[in-house]
Design a protein around this ligand. Structure first.
Ligand code: NAP
Length: 270
């Protein structure tokens, strides 16, 4: 311990260990983030890697972005593998899981983040737009959880985090498909949390409000201003703020939390 640290111990009357730099919270853990190539998924992957986790980055089309991120994360000293798969396609997801498990041996942390929207008022929404959003946002979480859960149960340890949305909590004009997928994902989260609580696996959700990503970037300026007026903290959230919420849930800090939906929304819904 440095002389400075010892001085601090005396000043604050703390045990020396209490003020040493915190150890990385996820050292030795393996994690897969779906839709980890960009936006919120990218920030979650970075946050997990910064805390020591080895990463499998799932994406479906953004190969270059995923490769670039993998290189960045490797500079932190973590192992990273690219795990391309369309999460809405069960056989493709199953193949991806086999490759990840072959490489890492096991998976401790699964973050079901991949998601899309296809907004239209219900009158104009066709069956294809309904199915596509449900297939990626909800079936995708089923598929990915299904292909990794057995080995979590066998090892009596697992952390599953599903990325829901404030829209699943309050509904939204023009987003019946998206809202339904996210509300369904939360009900899935709570049911699984109850089923797996005795098996060492926690299952939680993080519900972002409006976060500065491409998804929010696409909202017209006038609508953005109206949204900001409704957010008590008067700003959109940042993806890294969602990343840190996920770290909390999957590290030992969150060991006593299961079936929860952690809202990161600036007070938009409370
Ligand atoms: P984004 O920037 O559009 O990124 C979406 C990610 O999902 C990409 O990595 C994309 O991969 C991946 N993806 C899409 N379809 C996929 C598929 N079939 N299989 C595998 N991966 C797929 O979205 P985002 O804004 O970061 O949102 C991430 C999550 O947060 C979503 O679940 C979203 O609903 C939720 N959320 C976002 C906000 C927000 O304000 N942005 C608010 C609440 C909740 P490719 O790059 O390969 O296409």
């Amino acid at each position: 311990m440095s002389a400075d640290s010892l001085t601090l111990c005396v000043i604050f009357d703390k045990k020396p260990s209490a003020i040493l730099p915190a150890a990385m919270k996820l050292k030795g853990r393996t994690a897969l983030v779906t839709g980890g190539s960009r936006g919120i998924g990218r920030a979650i992957a970075v946050a997990l890697a910064e805390e020591g986790a080895d990463l499998a980055l799932n994406y479906v089309s953004s190969e270059a972005a995923a490769q670039h991120l993998a290189e960045d994360i490797r500079t932190l000293g973590r192992r990273v593998i690219l795990a391309r798969a369309d999460v809405s396609d069960y056989p493709d997801t199953f193949r991806m899981a086999q490759e990840v498990l072959q490489e890492f041996g096991h998976l401790d942390i699964l973050v079901n983040n991949a998601g899309i929207n296809s907004d239209k008022t219900f009158i104009k929404m066709d069956h294809a737009a309904w199915r596509k959003v449900l297939a990626i946002n909800l079936d995708g979480a089923f598929n990915c959880t299904k292909v990794f859960i057995d080995q979590m149960i066998q090892r009596n340890f697992g952390r599953v985090v599903n990325i829901t949305s404030v829209i699943g909590q309050i509904g939204n004009f023009g987003q019946a498909n998206y809202a339904a997928s996210k509300a369904g994902l939360m009900a899935f989260t709570k049911s699984l949390a109850k089923e797996l609580a005795g098996k060492g696996v926690t299952v939680n959700a993080v519900a972002p409000g409006f976060i500065e990503t491409e998804m929010v970037g696409a909202i017209p300026e006038k609508v953005k201003q109206r949204l900001l007026d409704q957010i008590p903290l008067k700003r959109f959230g940042r993806a890294d703020e969602v990343g840190r919420a996920v770290v909390y849930l999957v590290s030992s800090d969150g060991d006593y939390v299961t079936g929860a939906e952690l809202s990161i929304n600036g007070g938009l819904f409370m």
